[in-house]
Design a protein around this ligand. Sequence first.
Ligand SMILES: Nc1ncnc2c1ncn2[C@@H]1O[C@H](COP(=O)(O)OP(=O)(O)O)[C@@H](O)[C@H]1O
Ligand SMILES: O=C(CO)[C@@H](O)[C@H](O)COP(=O)(O)O
Length: 545
Amino acid sequence: MSNEKNSQRLYLGLDLSTQQLKGIVIDEQLQTIAEEAISFNDKSLLTHHVQPNGFIVDKDDKRCITTPVFVFLEAIDVLFQKLRDQKKFDLSNIVGISGCGQQHGSVYWKTKTELESLKNFNKEKTLSLVDILQSSFSRIDCPIWMDSSTTHECQMIEKAVGNAQNLFQITGSKAYERFTGSQIMKVATKTSDVYQQTERIQLISNFLASILLGEYAPVDLSDGSGMNLLDIRQHKWSKECLNTCGKDLEKKLSEKLVYPRTALGTIAKYFVERYGFNSQCQIVSCTGDNPSSYYALASDPKTVVISLGTSDTVMASIPASAMPKEALDGHLLVNPLTANPESNLLMLLLCFKNGSLVRERVREEIAAKDWQAMSKILGETTPSNNGFIGYFYDDHEILPQNIQGRFYFNKDGQQINDLEAVYKARAVLEGQCLAKRLYLQKANVDLNNSVDRIVVTGGASANTDLLQILADVFGKTVYTALAPNSGALGGALRAIDVINQKSNSTSSTVECLVAAQPRNEFTAIYNEMLAGYAKLEDKIVKGIK
Ligand SMILES: Nc1ncnc2c1ncn2[C@@H]1O[C@H](COP(=O)(O)OP(=O)(O)O)[C@@H](O)[C@H]1O
Ligand SMILES: O=C(CO)[C@@H](O)[C@H](O)COP(=O)(O)O
């Protein structure tokens, strides 16, 4: 290893998302040194793999969706092995780690005894995290954000605070099935023995930080905003919501809440012994994947970030003083850009459940073997698709809430049974882009005056057709980030910022490539199409006859 390599100060960002664990290592000049990803369905790497996409859909109740905690643990070990084996850098040069996790998912600890043994690790070096933490959990299957089985619990939470409106005013969201509060209530009521045995409930993000630290890490305020349990303007737990969801819940969640840029301590000895990390390597609090991406890519509050991952999300900043009185279809979170006790800024999050997996399914249905083949098929139609519109809610959708099924319409607004392959290809992409603009509009985000730029990230941001349609639908230039893995990048940047006590290194990292320019004639067509799209969506929600 050269001297230059030895003196490097490096930062690791992690993203424990729906289908994989990703890691990025950057230096102080924000250059990428190494990247790695471990897919939860990779049979060649993981004993605890899950087919086909890394999560389990319950065979009796398809709304119940979980991932075994051992998948996460094994992926962490394998990712570190892979990063070490790449030999691109020395793991002892990593001075800080932070990361993020898919939002809302929850992990149930029975005891912290084995977790804390990671801190003073002096056992067999061949023991893995799964071996060590085998008996640490009161429940192995972690409910994840795709779960939509808690409609009843959602009604109970809204009722307990009066109504959906009141819940929105406290927590920034109406009750949503995937939000952790209703998930915890379900565990507490349906499996009270499991709930009683549970010492600590964590989000995926503070679970990740806990593993790295070898002790329970507190909940992060931006990610904690996705639980229906937090008062997003007071930056405190809402006692009313906690009491509704479970007995002694504050104790099980930890009283302490932290901002996304909080130094938590040094890395557990397990990682020093096993992978050669530096014992002084700092762990910085982890947050949700969406706030983390927003931290990485929003150079200022006038940036809208669109993430095209398993879910599609849209993020924007809203001053707390402008928080709407009427409950939104969407969520308001503690904004990671300005997260501090005086912060007057919230982050709007719109989450569409039917993102990449639907695009993949449609690709298969139209017999396109890859994205290029789909692009070719798209070339056979033109913007607005001869009037054919599609709504692809293969899974219970979030926006609009809890709708499932496919709905196709012709240019006269009549519902039809199916679409020809050429029209289906365009309908899925146009429909998804129109929905994003529609819901931003519904949340009163003024695209003309409050938005300077749109930055797109996530796996599907590699799809230039999708980027072009987004640019045309929004009538704005759409930028892609140089690092598509912006959740992990946000982690590495927070580590840099905290360790070097910088206010925010974001703006220098964006370094965007201009990806797609809007084409005026098509933007005009989409402006018109949006009204029709909204009307038909309304019809679907009300139940078409
Ligand atoms: N060129 C492409 N066009 C469209 N989608 C793509 C392309 N490349 C990757 N994807 C999609 O990206 C998804 C993964 O995105 P990612 O942001 O890594 O997801 P997550 O963080 O939820 O695990 C895959 O499901 C895949 O469908
Ligand atoms: O539920 C939400 C946001 O509210 C999802 O966006 C999850 O945070 C999962 O993210 P991806 O794995 O799809 O990136």
